[in-house]
Design a protein around this ligand. Structure first.
Ligand code: ZN
Length: 228
């Protein structure tokens, strides 16, 4: 696993060159954003230790298997760790893949594993947890969220964008591993989300797949135009 530091608060962890999770430094330890694919727990714990703090909470951007894959392993190995996910995507990790009547009836694509771990609590967009503000980012999944670090405007965008081979939205991205565009539930919603996230003017874009991008505004703008 590779670990790189971006700014004062963010460490990016990467496996298979394409699957990311993030350690966000808070006063009480790390918030881990996403958990990669299964069997990544040991390496994530080692990375946290190397960077000098314990993981206090796990916050999930969405319920796909390459983001929640090591939740069970980590929840078992970190006593008292909090596990948080949006109320909407919490249904997927309980094994309920149904869509609400009011939701666009796209197919819920991609792998949505059922987890043994129940979230310690769920959250809604607009809440703030530590330094991270929860931002609605539906489209890739019905309940995807992004996290905006209120200290430096780093945006952790889950799979609303990918940055492999340039910045793309998951409404229209490369149709190759890790399939963020293919696995997207509802593309018009994903595009609307991409526009809204661009409107936040993040200073730094950190995504589930691909490198961290500094000053990403223009590239995000171009990606939304390309997908329009
Ligand atoms: Zn993903």
């Amino acid at each position: 696993m590779q670990a790189t530091t971006h700014g004062e608060h963010l460490v990016k962890l990467t496996r298979l060159r394409a699957v990311n999770a993030y350690l966000v430094r808070e006063e009480d330890g790390f918030t881990l954003v996403d958990t990669m694919i299964a069997r990544s727990g040991k390496d994530i714990l080692a990375a946290a230790q190397q960077h000098g703090a314990e993981i206090k909470r796990i916050m999930l951007t969405h319920a796909h298997s390459d983001h929640v894959g090591s939740v069970d392993e980590l929840a078992q190995s970190i006593p008292g760790v909090e596990v948080l996910i949006s109320t909407r995507d919490a249904r997927f990790i309980r094994g309920d893949k149904s869509l609400d009547p009011a939701e666009r009836q796209g197919k819920a694509r991609g792998g949505y594993p059922k987890l043994k771990t129940a979230p310690t609590r769920t959250f809604e967009p607009g809440e703030r947890i530590g330094s991270l503000e929860v931002i609605a980012a539906p489209g890739h999944t019905p309940g995807q969220v992004a996290f905006l670090d209120t200290r430096d405007h780093t945006l952790i965008a889950g799979d609303a964008y990918t940055t492999i081979g340039g910045v793309h939205t998951s409404a229209k991205g490369p149709l190759q591993f890790p399939f963020a565009a293919i696995a997207t539930w509802h593309k018009p919603t994903a595009l609307q989300t991409a526009r809204e996230l661009r409107g936040l003017n993040p200073s730094r874009l950190a995504v589930g797949h691909g490198p961290v991008v500094e000053n990403p505004g223009d590239a995000m703008e171009a990606a939304t135009l390309k997908a329009s």
